[in-house]
Design a protein around this ligand. Structure first.
Ligand code: 9L3
Ligand code: MG
Length: 131
């Protein structure tokens, strides 16, 4: 298990819509949509990493909810975990500050309208059963 490094992705939900973020980097992922997030740092808990990543990438003040059961392989040694999250009262609205060039709030009937990263598709399918 120590050979895995966890990447946390946030299923950030507000007013019944899910936030999707379009990557601007690296080049091979640019233009594809993801659940925003990033790598858990050594000694950091997953929920703390989620809050930190969402602050850095989107400028928001997020509250982690529950971890969605499951683990999805990324390029080794990374694996994707998903957590639900909400905006805390008074949080700024998300902005693409870093690594993204567009954001969309998707209604639950619009989820598949964007071109998600391959690995986010099964994670998202599982997540949708929990929202
Ligand atoms: N990744 C895949 N799906 C996601 C996230 C947040 C990340 N929902 C992949 C993309 C990168 C790696 O994980 O290859 C590390 O992510 P980041 O730290 O570049 O966001
Ligand atoms: Mg990231």
């Amino acid at each position: 298990m120590t050979e895995h490094i966890v990447v946390v992705g946030a299923a950030l939900v507000d007013d019944g819509r899910l936030l999707a973020a379009r990557r601007s980097a690296p080049a091979e992922l640019a233009g594809r949509w993801e659940l925003p997030g990033g790598k858990v740092e050594p000694g950091e808990t997953a929920d703390a990493a989620l809050v930190r990543e969402l602050r850095e990438e989107l400028g928001v003040d997020a509250e982690p909810g529950m971890r969605v059961p499951g683990e999805w392989p990324l390029r080794p040694p990374y694996v994707l975990h998903v957590w639900t999250a909400r905006l805390r009262p008074g949080s700024p609205a998300p902005q693409p500050l870093q690594d993204h060039d567009a954001l969309r709030w998707l209604g639950l009937d619009e989820i598949w309208d964007v071109d998600w990263l391959d690995q986010d598709v099964p994670a998202l399918r599982q997540t949708l059963t929990r929202l």
